[in-house]
Design a protein around this ligand. Structure first.
Ligand code: GDP
Ligand code: MN
Length: 381
C-alpha cells in the first residue's frame, strides 16, 4: 500500500526522524491558512502516489500566504502521471545547501532489506545508479541483527565528509531502519535528505510503501489507505477478498491458486496474448466470489475475452460453475467466455454449465489458445 508524502512524514516524525514540518490541505483557502500559521515561506506539494512531482509542476515555493493560496489553486485538480491531485501538503520551506538520497527497500535478490545512500540526491536513484554507480552505496542488512551501529556509521561517512553530519546521518539511518521494520514497509525513501546552510539535516520528501501482508498488524497504518488514489478494480477486489492485480492486456483471467494463475498468464503470453489481470479466487467454495470476480473483470473496457482456469482441489468446480451461471444471469457478458475446469465435482460442474448453454474444456493448453485467438480476432465493424 502506498502512503502519501504527508502520511509518511507523520509516521517517520513519530519515529524520531527530522522531517520538514507541514500540514495537509484540500482547498486553496486551507493552504493559505496553514501558510499564515507557518509564518514564513512554504512549499506547496501535490499529494499523489507518484514521484517526479517537482518536474511535473506539482511542487511550488510560496513566499506569502497569498502565494500559497495561488500555488494550491494551481496544483489542486492538476493531473500528474494520470493521477488527480485532491490534496496538497503545505510545508515550511527549507533552505537547501545539499541534497542526498537515503532509502531502504526489501530486495528479493538479496532476500533482505537493502539500505541505499547517495550524496547525489534530489533525482531518481535509478538514474544515479545507472549513470554514476560509484555514487551509490548499497548494504544488505541481516534481518536477524538489524542495521548495526558500525554499518550505519559506514554508510553515513560515505554520504558526508564531516563528523557532525556523519553522526546525525548515522542516527537517521538507524531510526529509519527501525521504522521500516516496525511499520512493515517494503520501501522507505528520504529524497532529498537536505543539508541546510547551517549544516543540519532534514528530510524534505518521504516515500513509503507498506507490505499489504503487514497491514493486519497495523490497523493505524491500514486506516491511512486512500482509496480514491487507487485503481477502483483493485479496491473492489480487496473488499471481495480476491487477490487481484490489474494489467494492461485483453485476456481477463479467473483462476484458483496463485501458482496456476501465474502459469495461466505465462501461457497466455506464450500464445501471443496479453493478460488483463492476475486474479486468484482462492481455494474457498463460494459462488459469490466468482460473481464479484466477473464484475471486476468486465468493468475493464479493454477485456476482449474471459478465461476461467479452475483446477478443482479444495475448490469445488460445481461452485465455480454456479458462480458463473449466477453472474451471467445478473450481468450478461458482452465478451466471449472460455472455461477450463477439471477436478473435484467436474461432472456436476459440466452439467450445470450445459443446462445454461455453456461448455467447458478440460485441457489448459487448448483453452488458453482458444482464449488468445478470441482476444486477437479483429472486432467486426
Ligand atoms: P518529487 O519531485 O516528487 O520527488 O518531490 P520533492 O519533494 O522531492 O521535491 C522536488 C524538489 O523540489 C526537491 O528535490 C527540491 O529541490 C525542491 N524542493 C522541495 N521542497 C523544497 C523546499 O522546502 N525548499 C526548496 N528550496 N526546495 C524544495
Ligand atoms: Mn523527492
Amino acid at each position: 500500500m502506498n502512503l502519501h508524502e504527508y502520511q509518511a512524514k507523520d509516521l517517520l516524525r513519530a519515529a524520531g526522524l527530522p522531517m520538514q514540518p507541514g500540514e495537509v490541505a484540500s482547498s486553496a483557502a486551507e493552504a493559505e491558512a496553514i501558510a499564515r500559521r507557518a509564518g514564513g515561506p512554504v512549499v506547496v506539494k501535490a499529494q499523489v502516489h507518484a514521484g517526479g512531482r517537482g518536474k511535473a509542476g506539482g511542487v511550488k515555493l510560496a513566499a506569502t500566504p497569498a502565494d500559497a493560496r495561488a500555488a494550491a489553486g494551481a496544483i489542486l485538480g492538476m493531473s500528474i502521471k494520470g493521477l488527480t491531485v485532491e490534496r496538497v501538503l503545505v510545508a515550511d520551506a527549507t533552505e537547501i545547501a545539499e541534497e542526498a538520497y537515503v532509502g531502504i527497500i526489501m530486495d528479493r535478490a538479496s532476500k533482505a532489506p537493502v539500505v541505499m545512500v547517495s550524496a547525489a540526491g534530489g533525482m531518481e536513484i535509478e538514474t544515479v545508479a545507472a549513470t554514476t554507480p560509484e555514487r551509490v552505496r548499497r548494504l544488505a542488512v541481516d534481518p536477524r541483527y538489524g542495521l548495526l551501529p558500525y554499518e550505519a556509521a559506514d554508510l553515513a561517512w560515505f554520504l558526508y565528509p564531516d563528523a557532525a553530519r556523519a553522526r546525525a546521518a548515522t542516527e537517521i539511518l538507524r531510526r529509519l531502519y527501525d521504522a521500516f521494520v516496525a511499520c512493515g514497509a517494503s520501501l522507505v525513501e528520504l529524497n532529498p535528505l537536505v543539508t541546510r546552510p547551517d549544516r543540519t539535516l532534514v528530510a524534505v520528501d518521504a516515500k513509503m510503501v507498506i507490505d499489504e501482508n503487514a497491514l493486519a498488524r497495523h490497523p493505524e497504518i491500514a486506516a491511512l489507505r486512500d482509496e480514491q488514489a487507487e485503481d477502483p478494480s483493485e479496491t473492489a477486489a480487496r473488499r471481495a477478498n480476491l487477490t487481484f492485480v490489474k494489467l494492461d492486456g485483453t485476456v481477463g483471467c479467473v483462476v484458483n491458486g496463485a501458482g496456476l494463475a501465474m502459469a495461466t498468464m505465462d501461457l497466455v503470453k506464450f500464445y501471443g496474448g496479453e493478460p488483463a489481470n492476475f486474479l486468484d479466487i482462492g481455494g474457498s467454495s463460494n459462488p459469490e466470489k466468482v460473481v464479484q470476480a466477473l464484475q471486476i473483470i468486465t468493468a475493464d473496457p479493454r477485456v476482449r475475452v474471459i478465461l476461467f482456469n479452475i483446477f478443482g482441489g479444495i475448490t469445488r468446480t460445481d461452485d465455480v460453475a454456479n458462480g458463473i451461471v449466477q453472474a451471467l444471469a445478473a450481468h450478461p457478458l458482452t465478451v466471449p467466455l472460455v472455461i477450463r475446469l477439471t477436478g473435484t465435482n467436474d461432472v456436476e460442474a459440466v452439467a450445470i454449465l450445459a443446462a445454461h448453454g455453456l461448455s467447458a474444456m478440460t485441457e489448459m493448453d487448448a483453452a488458453v489458445r482458444k482464449a488468445v485467438a478470441l482476444a486477437t480476432t479483429p472486432v467486426a465493424a
